[in-house]
Design a protein around this ligand. Structure first.
Ligand code: PGA
Length: 264
């Protein structure tokens, strides 16, 4: 089964609207030299305040695909109401998003997000017609204690609980070892691939073989232009969620270009 790779840029809490627009233009001028079918699925995730400074870029070859899609970095599971500081799935959609990142380790760690909340968000996103990018990952302590697989498997089982196989199939998972995020210490590609294959097995258990074959599972954690080719050459790594290296058009575009050399 061939899965279209995804290169997603998580801009985190960075860039004013003018800066977001400039970065967006830099990526746009690169992808405009290609058709959507030549490119990986390219996703950018700006802050909420910059969602309207960027836009999805439609392919002009008539395929109906996007050359750039937009993601929100978080959402609430309710449609509306007294939830100060939150945004709903419908609001993210209204601002041009096709994807929403949920369960990022920074949200779990600094904003006390639980597996149960992430499951509610995943269900709300799918019900709203968008695609969740569900993050999971272990701490260094968990890795050293030898409980990486069991921790990740339990995060994935909880996130996907009660979701139909059809919806699981179109979802995206990002495996991001916490000790590799923003540290410059990339997880060894063979090890990242092993954990991702384990995740795919968990998906198979909960949603069946066809969902496991279709779901795209990304690696995240200090991905750089120099690491992506080896990562994309692995059997189960379907792309990357990129933080730091997505904040400059040059490095993000190089990650897309290097991905096209080995996969797409
Ligand atoms: P990084 O961030 O690429 O800066 O390590 C990845 C992420 O947190 O999604």
């Amino acid at each position: 089964m061939s899965r279209k790779p995804i290169i997603a840029g998580n801009w985190k809490m960075n860039l004013l609207q003018s800066e977001a627009k400039e970065l967006f233009e830099g990526i746009k001028s690169f992808v405009n030299d290609y058709t959507a079918s030549q490119l990986p699925t390219v996703i950018i995730a700006p802050t909420f305040t910059s969602l309207c400074a960027v836009d999805s870029v439609k392919c002009n070859c008539g395929c109906g695909g996007n050359k750039i899609s937009v993601a929100a970095q978080n959402c609430h599971w309710e449609n509306s109401g007294a939830y100060t500081g939150e945004i709903s799935v419908a609001m993210a959609k209204d601002a041009g998003c096709d994807y929403i990142i949920i369960g990022h380790s920074e949200r779990r760690q600094y904003f006390s997000e639980t597996d149960e909340m992430i499951n509610k968000k995943a269900k709300a996103i799918l019900a709203g017609g968008l695609i969740p990018i569900i993050c999971c990952g272990e701490t260094l302590e968990q890795r050293e204690a030898g409980i990486t697989d069991e921790h990740i498997a339990s995060q994935i089982r909880a996130a996907l609980s009660g979701i139909s196989s059809e919806d699981v199939a179109k979802s995206v998972i990002a495996y991001e070892p916490i000790w590799a995020i923003g540290t410059g210490k990339t997880c060894d590609s063979v090890e990242a691939n092993r954990v991702i294959a384990m995740i795919r097995n968990v998906v198979k258990e909960v949603a069946g073989e066809s969902a496991a074959d279709s779901i795209r599972i990304l690696y995240g954690g200090s991905v750089k232009p120099s690491t992506i080719e080896e990562q994309m050459a692995q059997s189960d790594i379907d792309g990357a969620l990129v933080g730091g290296a997505s904040l400059k058009a040059d490095s993000f575009n190089e990650i897309i270009a290097n991905t096209m050399k080995v996969a797409v």
